[in-house]
Design a protein around this ligand. Structure first.
Ligand code: ACO
Length: 427
């Protein structure tokens, strides 16, 4: 592989260096393109061919179905690690020692109260508000209640801002759900682990003890780990680009939440459940919907099948399928929607159309099933995704600031009118 690429424009040859990542990914470094060509730019809608940064955080290979955080395989992390350990790893680069993890958790707990006036903001939202909108607004509001700016060159300042948002975010997640259900907004229980505390904050009824279920704790721990980072996707790129203007961490994360909300991104797990609901309401005939999915004249697609990056299998789906079976079997959940999901999965896995196109259930298919079985309302699914993705966003924001990346400012190719004289409205 040559260490340079040659671009010929108008008979003039220009050389650009290539760089190679640690997994042998090759990129052409065009950062000098405009300077050496006198203003020529590139066009790459959706940035499908553009590396926006170098990063040490997450590696994924869609062809081989590989996903690693800081070099550790997602399979091993999901099997052996705790979500907080993975959060620490993603943000700070190394797995924590026992002492560092204990301190991290203690520090998070000391930040797990939000200003009580946040309740007033929640009260102002209608019950019908989508919890992602509520979460994004509340995260942004945290800036007003915690106005101190972060000196990114101070490791202590950086650490404090990281634990502040990680400590407060689960409270906002739980409150976004409880507001919708008309339940009192309470704080968690600092004697519990991070995941146990999230479950208790979400599900505790005012007149009952909350009893932890180990299967649900394990399932949520895995789901959060599997969603914790996915390199430069839409929401992560948003967090980095907002942060590149030196906007604060809360503001950058709030923007990331808005990006995640869309049905083409984090909203897909909600779309899966809405599809299953629609199939149920239409009589539950899975074969009919399989036929619709294969019919090229019908726009219907099986939501939760296929993936833009993973073309052979989604490594996260492999892991979470086992957990979904565990949750459904061990809890003995009886739910026609979940029966439809199982039926579609079985049919698709043995159907030539899906096999030939390598269309397998993706992580969103199973995460929707698990959240449904856990009793989490459909509109909260993307909020749960945000809870998992938070450490990834923070780690990427921190990396961008520490690398002193310049403000993100893409170019465009202008295709509008050329100069023309103003016409007064009278004419
Ligand atoms: N149901 C039926 N057919 C499908 C599906 C599906 N879910 N997905 C792809 N196909 C078919 C296409 O029609 C196409 O068939 P053809 O070759 O005969 O024309 C072939 O499979 C390839 O499809 P593409 O659209 O080229 O695949 P692409 O990589 O562009 O799309 C995507 C990937 C968007 C995820 C797609 O599979 C899809 O729409 N899936 C359903 C939505 C979904 O689950 N999204 C969540 C993704 S996971 C995540 O974001 C975390």
């Amino acid at each position: 592989m040559s260490d340079k690429a040659i671009l010929e424009i108008n008979g003039q040859k220009h050389e650009f260096p290539t760089i190679m990542g640690s997994e042998n990914e090759v990129a052409i470094d065009i950062s000098a393109l405009r300077a050496v060509t006198g203003g020529v730019t590139t066009l790459d809608p959706g940035f499908k061919n553009t590396g926006s940064c170098v990063s040490e955080i997450t590696f994924l290979d869609g062809e081989k179905g590989i996903l690693r955080y800081r070099g550790y395989s997602i399979e091993e992390l999901a099997e052996k690690a705790d979500f907080l350990e993975v959060a620490y790893l993603l943000i700070f680069g190394e797995l924590p020692t026992k002492e560092a993890l204990a301190k991290f958790h203690t520090d998070l707990k000391s930040e797990s109260i939000v200003d009580d006036d946040i309740r007033k903001i929640i009260d102002a939202f209608p019950k019908s508000a989508h919890p992602m909108g509520v979460l994004s607004s509340l995260t942004s509001a945290l800036t007003a209640f915690n106005p101190t700016s972060v000196d990114v060159d101070s490791p202590e300042d950086m650490y404090n801002s990281v634990v502040r948002i990680l400590g407060k975010f689960p409270v906002l997640v739980a409150w976004a759900m409880r507001k919708k259900q008309g339940l009192p907004l309470d704080y968690g229980d600092n004697s519990l682990g991070y995941v146990e505390n999230v479950l208790k904050m979400m599900f505790k009824q005012p007149n009952e003890e909350y009893v932890q279920n180990e299967i649900l704790v394990n399932a949520l721990n895995k789901l959060l780990i599997l969603h914790a980072d996915h390199e430069q996707n839409c929401s992560t790129s948003t967090v980095r680009i907002v942060g590149s203007s030196h906007a604060g961490l809360f503001a950058s994360i709030s923007a990331g939440i808005s990006a995640l909300w869309g049905p083409l991104h984090g909203g897909a797990n909600q779309a899966v459940l809405e599809m299953l609901e629609a199939i149920k309401n239409d009589g539950g005939d899975t074969k009919k919907y399989m036929a619709k999915a294969k019919d090229k004249s019908d726009p219907f697609r099986l939501m939760g099948f296929g993936h833009r990056v993973y073309k052979n299998f989604d490594p996260r789906a492999k892991i979470i399928k086992v957990t979904a079976d565990e949750v459904l079997n061990d809890l003995g959940v009886k739910d026609p929607i979940l029966d439809i999901a199982k039926g579609l999965e079985q049919e698709a896995l043995t159907d030539a159309y899906f096999i030939d196109r390598k269309l397998y259930p993706n992580v969103d298919f199973y995460s929707g099933i698990i959240y449904r079985a856990m009793g989490i309302p459909v509109e909260m699914f993307t909020v749960m995704f945000a809870l998992g993705r938070l450490p990834g966003w923070i780690g990427q924001w921190r990396e961008m600031r520490l690398r002193k990346e310049p403000i993100g400012r893409p170019r465009q190719i202008y295709i509008g009118s050329t100069h023309r004289p103003f016409k007064s409205v009278a004419k």
